[in-house]
Design a protein around this ligand. Sequence first.
Ligand SMILES: Cc1ncc(COP(=O)(O)O)c(C=O)c1O
Length: 412
Amino acid sequence: MKTKDLLNIAEKYGSPVYVYDAEKIISQYTRLTEAFKGVKNLKINYACKALSNTSILKILNNLGSGLDTVSLQEVQLGLLAGFKPEDIIFTPNGVSLEEIEEVAALGAQINIDNLSILEQFGALHPNVPVCIRINPHVMAGGNTNISVGHIDSKFGISIHQIPHILRIVQNTKMRVNGIHMHTGSDILDIEVFLYASEILFETAQHFKDLDFIDFGSGFKVPYKEGDIETNIEELGKKLTKRFNEFCKSYGKELTLAFEPGKFLVSEAGCFLAKVNVVKQTTSTVFASVDTGFNHLIRPMFYNSYHKIENISNPKGRERFYSVVGYICETDTFANNRRISEISEGDILCFRNAGAYCFTMASNYNSRYRPPEVLWYNGKAHLIRKRETFEDLTRNQMDVEINIIKKEKELIK
Ligand SMILES: Cc1ncc(COP(=O)(O)O)c(C=O)c1O
């Protein structure tokens, strides 16, 4: 997408606004499937928590992707976007048995990550095959909030509890058709990934009736020029070889599954915001934009880096700015960042805004959530409208309040 196209979108739909480039999603999906083309049965299940607009889901469905979901509502969105139930995997954490049963009734693949639910679900539904999420106890991921495979993590069933899993499976006569792990996001080192995969292969040997092994996700994408990213091509080569060897020893052509979120959509998205105020203090120049962590929480939440460009003055002299939001708390997108000279009214473009940005947006400070625009076939398509005041009040119920009147009556 060209700068001119982004400026036109900001002009037409107002700011702030999310913009997604369909071409980038397609090229990332193709890159991943190419890297694993040596695997006979490959299944990419897009982790839709990253970005769940149904138009984005439709793109992935068209490409042949499956869907990784964590809530009944994500499953319902997937079905609405055209995914077949059997192409949806449900990988929740800490949800109720009832929610899992509802999803199972819709026909999606269930993935269970604790012994209590495994036992209850197996006793009630021995004919529904389940996948089991294993915790391989590997420390991986770019930040403690997104490292989920370590020993203290709430996710998955510990590899040390395999005997217990096997006892439940034997007693309930349930069928385990898949083994899964997901150790964290932003994993740089493919050796860590391969190491955790070996643990998964070892675990898989305990289960004789598998259809697939799901290696989760966690691929790191670049956030700025020269940034390191997961070497997907090298991982593809190494893991394909090990996976094919494993299938031979297991005696069955299993499916190799992944569930990437960020890898597929992070770089496809950008977030456009307008500069309301340029404020020079004794130490800093602040650029205050017409948005905040209510719309883009990742910098405040994970300390994550989003490249910021002044697309209204891309060739301007670079100066140092702290880019801040309008929320009445600390609300910092970037500190002392070199950006081409900013004037009030300029449009700033935040890169890598496809994953975990809109889906984490809220109405904090009673602000409307922004619109989403899809750039597809050289044209902008509005795929979500900006919220309105009715959206803020729609579910509120009016109660008659009479405090002042009662006080007056007491005084009498
Ligand atoms: C179970 C599971 N699978 C897949 C993902 C997607 O991870 P990423 O966006 O890093 O690819 C997540 C992210 O939180 C997850 O929890």
